[in-house]
Design a protein around this ligand. Sequence first.
Ligand code: AMP
Ligand code: ZN
Length: 128
Amino acid sequence: MDDCIFCKIISGQIPSFKIYEDQNYLAFLDINPINPGHTLLIPKTHYRWVYDIPAQSEIWPLATKIGQDLKQKLNADYFTYITAGMEVPHAHIHIVPRFQNDKMTGMLDQFRINSTIQEVESVYNKLK
Ligand code: AMP
Ligand code: ZN
């Protein structure tokens, strides 16, 4: 896709700190990291959302492998995935090494909608 920043990284028009590459996937360091080693794993084909990627059974094990590698090399306590996609419209999995006392704790709190139990149940009734 022409004006996609991650497609430009794939084609080499924009530089990146690549940490993994194969025929179909690329992983590189996030330029504005949450923690040291914060990595973005992307398919080389442009898809909008992570769930649009046909090869789900390829990308998630690869994300886990990269996460384990980051954890070991950076001596992290664990790692988490985030699939946001609010800023860059090219499917990407954030792989974030986590450390005790890092600043990511409570990250979801800013989004909570303070539902009552009745509101939660009403959604449940649509889903069950
Ligand atoms: P989001 O679309 O909200 O999942 O976030 C996109 C992520 O891409 C952000 O964490 C940015 O810091 C990161 N990002 C944007 N441009 C670049 C770039 N040129 N190289 C590396 N990371 C980038
Ligand atoms: Zn793209």
